[in-house]
Design a protein around this ligand. Structure first.
Ligand SMILES: Cc1cc2nc3c(=O)[nH]c(=O)nc-3n(C[C@H](O)[C@H](O)[C@H](O)COP(=O)(O)OP(=O)(O)OC[C@H]3O[C@@H](n4cnc5c(N)ncnc54)[C@H](O)[C@@H]3O)c2cc1C
Length: 441
């Protein structure tokens, strides 16, 4: 085998595999290197994969005998918690039952290896079946450079060369930092810690408890007492015969408050609203992973250089605007755009930074950077103590008054709300918050 490739992809997560699929479909000759024993072995998501890009990469993916996803999402809930109560916004729609699905829950070990198998099928059908490789259990130690140009990768004593390298190494982006695209020091407020358990429940229990039918699924995000006063939020997503439950916690606040993520997860699971959803379940798996906060300021100003592009969370491409975490669809789209740029560079016979700059432009033109910029205020708002502490307390106080019926004369709803606000904040503070929320969301 000639060990020069059109492209080498570092990382077999969502960004890397999406790039690989585009290259495989264009019959390019590429090498994808994943350090895990198999694609997905090291990866953690909540996780809901949003948007339609999966259907573009693997048309009709929902039809196969063994689709890689768990459930499609047709029911969404956002809950504000105080110590004893949950005040929720709930939305269910039959329009979300239509294919292609807008969101599917996934378990990464299964999903990533399924996606890798789809890529392998396309490779096998192409003319580079012998030469394009998905290699697992191999750590890329360094990038190989010739002057200021990236020309390949180094793993142990071996060097592999390519016209272009796509760094899709995820949030622990050591290689991206090695070549100076991101500074070596990453501020604590650019990253969070995600902790998650997968809890088995019989399918029939899941169906009854969460009102599911067929492969429909529920997503529930949580704000407030979910994180016991630490900046962050919680989630619960239904899988086929399990639920994924977890927290995403701001690294700096955890450090300052000296709290341990696992203790917080146990407290979350013991909250009356959550405990009821989990009762009878058996913990199958626990995982923890760093995750970007979704702050646009964390995205390096330039995601390309001579012979190299950075995709997915390696570039901190993730949005967490309160509605959902969008890291996987951002990884997928950026992987697709990176591979498209590699193909254009191959056609032009030029993988210099000048040519690869088209990738940055494509990102800027896509929903990724547009949303990251336009919702940057929403990200800040959701990270403010007013939002993750006072608002849930106000809503739960109001909920107890509004929904409680106690053989006493009742106040009007507006008076109940005013009383709840006054207990936890000032009317002025809430008016300012309402104004900011209306402008930023
Ligand atoms: C608890 C939690 C919940 C989340 N929930 C959601 C959710 O519900 N929805 C959503 O969209 N996003 C969610 N995210 C975010 C999402 O998981 C990430 O944004 C997404 O996985 C990023 O994809 P990626 O391909 O860029 O990186 P990754 O999925 O991290 O993949 C990177 C790959 O590169 C490999 N790698 C790294 N370095 C090397 C190297 N030197 N050599 C070889 N291989 C290497 C790794 O092993 C890994 O397989 C969540 C994250 C966490 C932690």
């Amino acid at each position: 085998m000639d060990d020069r490739f059109d492209c080498i992809i570092v990382g077999g997560g969502i960004a890397g595999l999406s790039a690989a699929m585009v290259l495989a479909r264009a019959d390019a000759k590429f090498l994808l290197v994943e350090r895990g024993e198999f694609c997905g072995a090291k990866n953690v998501s909540g996780g809901v994969l949003w948007g339609y890009d999966l259907a573009r990469l693997v048309p009709n993916y929902w039809e196969g005998d063994d689709p890689g996803y768990e459930r499609f999402v047709n029911h969404r809930r956002l809950s504000f918690l105080d110590e004893s109560s949950a005040f929720s916004m709930d939305f269910k729609s039959a329009t979300f039952d239509e294919t292609p699905y807008m969101g599917v829950t996934v378990l990464r070990a299964k999903f990533d290896s399924w996606l890798a198998a789809q890529v392998q099928n396309v490779i096998d059908a192409g003319t580079h079946a012998e030469d394009s490789i998905l290699a697992t259990d191999i750590l890329v130690d360094a990038l190989e450079k010739d002057g200021d140009r990236v020309v390949g990768i180094r793993t142990g004593d071996e060097v592999f060369y390519a016209d272009c390298v796509i760094l899709a190494e995820g949030v622990n982006n050591l290689l991206t930092r090695q070549i100076g695209i991101e500074p070596a020091y990453v501020p604590a407020d650019h990253v969070a810690v995600g902790v998650k358990e997968v809890i088995a429940l019989p399918e029939a229990t899941l169906r009854d408890r969460f009102q599911l039918s067929g492969l429909s699924g529920l997503t529930n995000e949580f704000v407030g007492a979910a994180t016991s006063g630490v900046e962050g939020g919680g989630f619960l997503y239904t899988n086929r015969d399990s639920v994924s439950v977890g927290l995403v916690l701001a690294m700096a606040d955890l450090r300052d408050k000296k709290r341990k993520p696992y203790d917080l997860l146990n407290e979350f699971k013991a909250h009356p609203a959550i405990a009821d959803m989990l009762s009878g379940g058996e913990v199958l798996e626990y995982s923890a992973h760093v995750v970007s906060t979704g702050d646009v300021a964390a995205v390096p100003s330039r995601l390309y250089d001579n012979g190299v592009l950075v995709a997915g969370e390696a570039a901190h491409l993730l949005l967490n605007s309160g509605k959902a975490i969008q890291g996987m669809d951002y990884a997928m789209r950026s992987g697709i755009l990176a591979a498209g740029t590699v193909l254009s560079a191959r056609e032009a016979g030029d993988a210099s930074a000048d040519t690869l700059a088209a990738y940055q432009q494509a990102l800027d033109d896509s929903y990724l950077m547009k949303d990251l910029r336009s919702f940057s205020d929403a990200v800040q708002l959701f990270h403010s103590p007013t939002m993750y502490q006072k608002v849930p307390n106000i809503l739960c106080d109001f909920g107890r008054d509004f929904f409680g019926i106690d053989n006493e004369p009742s106040s009007k709803a507006a008076d109940m709300l005013k009383a709840s606000v006054k207990k936890h904040a000032s009317l002025w503070e809430m008016a300012k918050l309402g104004y900011k929320a209306a402008r930023s969301l």
